[in-house]
Write a protein that binds this ligand. Structure first.
Ligand code: RIB
Ligand code: NA
Length: 312
């Protein structure tokens, strides 16, 4: 069976509290709402791609527990292939404690648990899917060696790769740049990886240029409401792709919605210029910030304007 998009990455149960502001160290504050949702950057990206209408498979590990069972059902409900979703009794399903303030900003602590037990053995089992995919997507909520190995496997089989270095690690193996067709990060990740401060579009130009030099095929630095900046190795210029203004209710997972949409376009519309894919992915992610939660807020194909599915 061949898949358009294969994600090798994380699953987390999101435990979300909405509060007027983020608490300080040692402080207790009253929040106004609590809910549990399906999250984890890998799974979020995979589900967004699936909802836009591509065939997806997830390569990941959850615990042999209630949250793990529920997560597998969630993949099925979203049409994500689950043959490569493993269950282990050696660790619990990953969890994320998320606080969202009234401005829609968040602070997150993840306990990756079972995600960290995904390794080479599972990748070899998934090789038939990885090697025939159109696009492979990886992040950093699983062991970095596993991500790197998956990206290398994809590259060997001429599968396009998207790497999202999130959450950012300052000591990133330099090979990650060389195996990324598209290296896609947000402002804080770009900052950590380059040492440059990144808040404006011109900062992003400088940081992106530096990341591109490290060997990626292309770099996208996302800037939230300011859109993103796109760099391609074959071209000496970078392009700013502005985003349309939206009122943010909850920005959690907007970056994942963007990457899931980007994977969808790379798989299904490979002839579109990368900046056009980024422009459309911005609009998909813009829809996600209008509702609470991560996957709970990600649009389905029917929620997305028809022009985002035009051939050019
Ligand atoms: O990017 C958002 C995600 O980060 C959340 O779903 C949470 O699980 C953390 O992994
Ligand atoms: Na959201």
């Amino acid at each position: 069976e061949a898949f358009d998009v294969v994600v090798v990455g994380s699953c987390m149960t999101d435990l979300v509290s909405q509060a007027p502001r983020l608490p300080k160290a040692g402080e207790t504050i009253h929040g106004h709402k609590f809910f549990i949702g399906f999250g984890g950057k890998g799974a979020n990206q995979c589900v967004q791609a699936a909802r836009l209408g591509v065939k997806t498979a997830m390569v990941c590990k959850v615990g042999k527990d209630f949250f793990g069972d529920n997560y597998i059902q969630n993949f099925k409900d979203n049409g994500v292939h689950t043959d490569f979703v493993g269950q282990t009794s050696d660790a619990a399903t990953g969890a994320a404690s998320i606080t969202v303030n009234d401005a829609g900003e968040n602070a997150i602590v993840i306990v990756a648990g079972a995600n960290m037990l995904l390794g080479g053995e599972e990748l070899r089992r998934a090789l038939p899917a990885i090697s025939r995919a159109k696009v492979l997507v990886c992040q950093l909520e699983i062991s970095p060696q596993t991500s790197l190995e998956a990206l290398r496997m994809a590259r060997e089989h001429k599968v396009k790769t998207i790497f999202n270095p999130a959450p950012a690690a300052p000591d990133l193996d330099p090979d990650f740049y060389r195996v990324s067709d598209v290296f896609c990060c947000n402002e804080s990740e770009a900052e950590l990886l380059t040492g440059f401060s990144v808040s404006t579009v011109s900062d992003a130009h400088r940081a992106g240029q530096e990341l591109l030099k490290r060997g990626c095929g292309a770099v996208i630095v996302t800037l939230g409401p300011q859109g993103c900046v796109v760099f391609k190795a074959q071209e000496s210029t970078s392009k700013h792709v502005p985003a349309t203004a939206v009122t943010a209710v909850d920005t959690t997972g907007a970056g994942d919605s963007f990457i899931g949409a980007l994977a969808f376009y790379m798989a299904n519309y490979p002839a579109l210029p990368l900046e056009e894919m980024a422009h459309r992915a911005n609009q998909v992610a813009g829809l996600s910030v209008r509702a609470v939660g991560t996957q709970s807020s990600f649009p389905f194909r029917r929620d997305v304007p028809a022009e985002l599915f035009a051939e050019q």
